[in-house]
Design a protein. Structure first.
Length: 237
């Protein structure tokens, strides 16, 4: 078995954008390959440099960093492409999980690919995958929707449009809208099994299962905290 720093491991390639998945909570959930990649790239593009600095410090990694987030994606993508053209090796990370999954990344990947640069994924944690395999809901077919619209009317329209989609439906949500969405699920999918997962891989990880009405009863009079994954099972036929 190869060990970290083993000379037999293939070196990183110049002019490559590396998409590095980082822990969604538990800092132990990072791969040896991810750590080696972050140690060997020339620069790290991070969604929040202050947040990511804590992860890098934990693993004693010191690298130049640039910010790459929703509101500077266009400008930073141009800079990243210029760096790739100079032969730099760039690691892209987000605050947690896999870049491009409801996080910045898609835009620069598209631009880098179109420009002929190499893009390589360094796989690892992903919140919706962790929630799905722990949910007990069908995994052979699923539909990941990211975040639902903030406005109730638009959200209901989206949920109704998804009604005929087979398999498990998966959403991300903040704690501030979970109860509202459960009420809407109760209206649109009253008989379907729902699973909500929060604080995945962290100390207070919690997974609740039941029909929408049952989960609403479980969380009444509670202060909900953390990031949520909401999963809706397929219609019972």
């Amino acid at each position: 078995m190869n060990s970290p720093g083993d000379a037999s491991l293939p070196p990183l390639q110049a002019g490559t954008l590396y998409l590095v998945a980082t822990p969604i909570g538990n800092l132990e959930d990072i791969t040896l390959r991810a750590l080696r990649t972050l140690r060997e790239v020339d620069v790290i593009a991070a969604e929040d440099t202050r947040h990511s600095s804590r992860l890098l410090a934990h693993y004693q990694i010191s690298k130049p960093m640039i910010s790459y987030f929703q509101f500077n994606e266009a400008k930073r993508s141009e800079e990243i492409l210029a760096r790739l053209a100079r032969g730099e090796k760039i690691g892209l990370i987000t605050d947690a999980g896999t870049p491009g999954i409801s996080d910045p990344g898609e835009r620069v990947v598209k631009a880098a690919s179109a420009a002929g640069f190499r893009v390589e994924s360094v796989p690892g944690p992903c919140a919706f995958v962790s929630a799905l395999v722990s949910s007990g809901l069908p995994t052979e077919e699923f539909h990941f929707c990211g975040f639902l619209p903030h406005k109730s009317g638009q959200r209901k329209n989206k949920l109704k449009a998804l009604e005929p989609i087979p398999g498990t439906l998966i959403f991300y949500e903040s704690p501030y809208r979970v109860e509202k969405i459960l009420e809407e699920l109760k209206e649109i999918y009253p008989a379907r099994e729902v699973v909500i997962a929060r604080e995945l891989t962290k100390k207070f990880e919690e997974i609740l299962r039941g029909r929408p009405e049952e989960i609403i009863a479980k969380i009444q009079n509670r202060t909900l905290k953390g990031e949520f994954v909401i999963l809706v099972g397929p219609a019972i036929t």
